[in-house]
Design a protein around this ligand. Structure first.
Ligand code: IPM
Ligand code: MG
Length: 363
């Protein structure tokens, strides 16, 4: 197939991990005979520097016209003056809104070969397989913000429709998995959470009789996530809680550098990004773990291009490469144990994929 993929490298380690993901997607194209056309567009701090705007109009146009969008990371100390009128993060938030990607899928799985990198006990994390579905275009992130006379306000709003569509997507996913959805809220305190709980209960009961829906308060869920993470299958929650819980959940996997995400709209291109940030301290040194980015590429193949076999080939290649012992800095027990730079790791994954292609040709 032919596909147009917009690359938004962004800031910090963003360009390095984007290159890694694009190299692996190139390998997929070569092995499985597809044609992917890549073009790069500015976003975040890099776009502020060059255009005075964290999301130039040309970037939005290109993203909406593409088959899929890949974003590295945005942000960094250079642009974090709290008084600055524009911030890199505004570019990412606006892009999510413009692309209407309301559902952010963040799968968290634990792989035996890197489980020792987690500070949690092996018996707690073994076999963990959670898919977080974070609402991405509503809530406190997008409500009115004000600051005057020493008083600051952030408004959190949700409509029934906004809750219904993301809960529906979570229930559909659960149907393909173990059939359980945990809806996380703070219904003992927040009105938006009471609405969330009502809608989640109704959608599950009326539309998904085979799915078991349970509700959890976010504080208790944050604790359970570390005490009994195997108890979760699909977790659906609002924007802010999802942001916090998924960083917490990355500790289960061993490194935040391992985790991918897919942000999906009702129709149109999806937005794919590793869940980690721009890690300015690691930038330009080949130290970043590209797994989250490469696995986001796999999600892109699966969800935006409908290439399930190719997506699996990428995932298998990543885990084989980890099993073979390649370790970027975040996963190495000490500096002596670093056995791969960002680019080395991506090249090894690309080789695995090409090797698999050859295997198939011979068979
Ligand atoms: C994430 C990030 C973003 C968010 C930031 C960079 C605005 O933390 O994608 O999880 O809060 O959504
Ligand atoms: Mg976050």
């Amino acid at each position: 197939m032919e596909a147009v993929i917009a690359l938004l490298p962004g800031d910090g380690i963003g360009p390095e991990v984007t290159r890694a993901a694009a190299d692996v997607l190139e390998a997929v194209a070569g092995t499985f005979r597809h044609e992917f056309e890549f073009s790069e567009y500015p976003v975040g701090g890099a776009a502020i520097d060059d255009f005075g705007d964290p999301l130039p109009a040309a970037t939005v146009r290109a993203c909406l016209a593409a088959d899929a969008v890949f974003l590295g990371a945005v942000g960094g100390p250079k642009w974090s003056d709290p008084k600055a009128a524009v911030r890199p993060e505004q570019g990412l938030l606006k892009l999510r809104r413009e692309m209407k990607v309301f559902a952010n899928l963040r799968p968290v799985t634990v792989h035996r070969s890197v489980a020792s990198a987690s500070p949690l006990k092996p018996e707690i994390i073994e076999g963990v397989d959670i898919c977080f579905v974070r609402e991405l275009t509503g809530g406190i992130y997008f409500g009115e913000k004000r600051r005057e006379n020493g008083v600051a306000t952030d408004v959190c709003t949700y409509t029934e429709d906004e809750v219904a569509r993301v809960v529906r997507l979570a229930c559909r996913l659960a149907r393909e998995r173990r059939g359980r959805v945990t809806s996380v809220d703070k219904a003992n305190v927040l009105e938006t959470s009471r609405l969330w709980r009502d809608v989640a209960t109704r959608i599950a009961a009326e539309e998904f009789p085979g799915v078991h829906m349970e509700h959890a308060l976010v504080d208790a869920a944050a604790m359970q996530l570390l005490q009994n993470p195997r108890g979760y299958d699909v977790v659906v929650t609002e924007n802010m809680f999802g942001d916090i819980l998924t960083d917490e959940a990355s500790v289960l996997a061993g490194s935040i550098g391992l985790l991918p995400s897919a942000s999906l709209a009702e129709s149109g291109p999806g937005l794919y990004e590793p869940i980690h940030g721009s890690a300015p301290d690691l930038a330009g040194r080949g130290l970043a773990n590209p797994c989250g980015a490469i696995l986001s590429g796999a999600l892109l193949l699966r969800h935006s291009l409908g290439l399930a076999r190719e997506a699996e080939a990428v995932e298998t290649a990543v885990y084989t490469t980890l099993r073979r012992g390649l370790r970027t800095a975040d996963l190495a027990a000490s500096a002596d144990h670093i056995s791969a730079s960002t680019a080395d790791f991506a090249a090894a994954v690309a080789d695995e994929i090409a090797g698999e292609g050859q295997g198939r040709a011979i068979a």
